[in-house]
Design a protein around this ligand. Structure first.
Ligand code: C2E
Ligand code: MG
Ligand code: MG
Ligand code: MG
Length: 283
């Protein structure tokens, strides 16, 4: 940032910078105890089939219920968890809690087995040597079909794959676990990679549909991106759908699946069985 203000412009260390550093180390220390101390929770947001409003999946999203500061959103601590390596423990917790919840849902209502669980995975987690084994064992322990788990990974990760990650990804695919490219359209040069990515589905980032309703050029742009995804033989889900208008436009573009406040907010696990039984809003 100092550089952006010009080469000859000397930046003095500001008190706010120290605050920021202190804040980060405090969060790091507190996050360490949060993982083991039961302060983390998952909320679940439905993924729907646009035509029917049927819930076909739920995405697990992490929340940190801090004893003093209240609920902290992932945007404020996932980055720190990644930098400090706490993401491994955090990710392990998310995976186990999410799959345990899948098991609980199927015990409450044995008919409710026709949906997938989406879990967000950080890049670093693909470097976990025991990831594949952990996922395989946990699925087996809970008697869950691997095809009911979908891992959401951002495109940047999938583009800069290293051999280790490559092996983990192909192992996961062999197992039957689904891979979804998350936040599609926010990275760079993803287009040329689209066909070679080891994924089955793409989740188009919410920023792309933000001004779509009122901007015909943006509509054409989104439509072209969807065509690109289809041409690569992949399925598309669009996230961040907030209005009926957006849903209708996306459906007209051939998009089959969507997610967003229009269909349902991220909420507690107890709300999911009802949402699975009756269709979410439909057009
Ligand atoms: P994401 O995976 O792209 O998730 C979508 C985010 O958009 C979520 O924010 C969700 O609450 C929000 N959202 C859903 N529908 C709408 C809508 O209609 N409008 C708007 N404006 N927003 C909507 P959240 O829960 O704050 O999560 C932010 C990001 O944090 C996620 O983005 C994901 O990258 C990361 N994250 C969340 N949980 C986990 C986790 O368990 N592990 C890892 N590694 N990352 C996670
Ligand atoms: Mg996601
Ligand atoms: Mg994401
Ligand atoms: Mg996103």
């Amino acid at each position: 940032q100092a550089k952006a203000r010009g080469r000859n412009n000397v930046q003095l260390f500001q008190p706010e910078m120290l605050d920021a550093v202190q804040e980060r180390s405090r969060i790091t220390a507190e996050l360490r105890t949060a993982v083991t101390g039961g302060e983390l929770a998952l909320v679940y947001q439905p993924v729907v089939e646009l035509a029917s409003g049927r819930v076909i999946g739920v995405e697990a999203l992490i929340r940190w219920h801090h004893p003093v500061r209240g609920t902290i959103m992932p945007g404020s601590f996932i980055g720190i968890a990644e930098e400090t390596g706490l993401i491994f423990e955090l990710g392990r917790w998310v995976l186990h809690e999410g799959l345990a919840q899948m098991r609980r849902w199927s015990q409450t209502d044995p008919d409710l087995t026709d949906f997938c669980l989406h879990i967000n995975l950080s890049a670093a987690e693909l470097l976990r040597t025991d990831l594949l084994e952990d996922i395989r064992d946990t699925l087996a322990n809970y008697g869950l079909d691997p095809r009911r788990l979908i891992l959401e990974i951002t495109e940047t990760v999938l583009m800069s794959r290293e051999t280790v990650q490559e092996q983990v990804l192909s192992g996961l695919r062999e197992l039957g676990v689904g891979l979804q490219i998350d936040d599609f359209g926010t990275g760079y040069s993803s287009i040329s990679y689209l066909r070679s990515l080891p994924a089955d589905t793409v989740k188009v980032d919410q920023s792309l549909i933000k001004d779509m309703e009122s901007d015909p050029r943006q509509q054409k742009f989104v439509s072209a991106i969807l065509q690109l995804i289809f041409a690569a033989g992949l399925n598309a889900t669009v996230e961040g759908i907030e209005t009926a208008e957006q849903a209708a436009q996306l459906e007209a573009m051939g998009c089959l699946y969507g997610q967003g406040y229009f269909y349902g907010y991220p909420g507690p696990a107890t709300e999911i069985p009802d949402q699975l039984r009756r269709p979410a809003r439909r057009l």
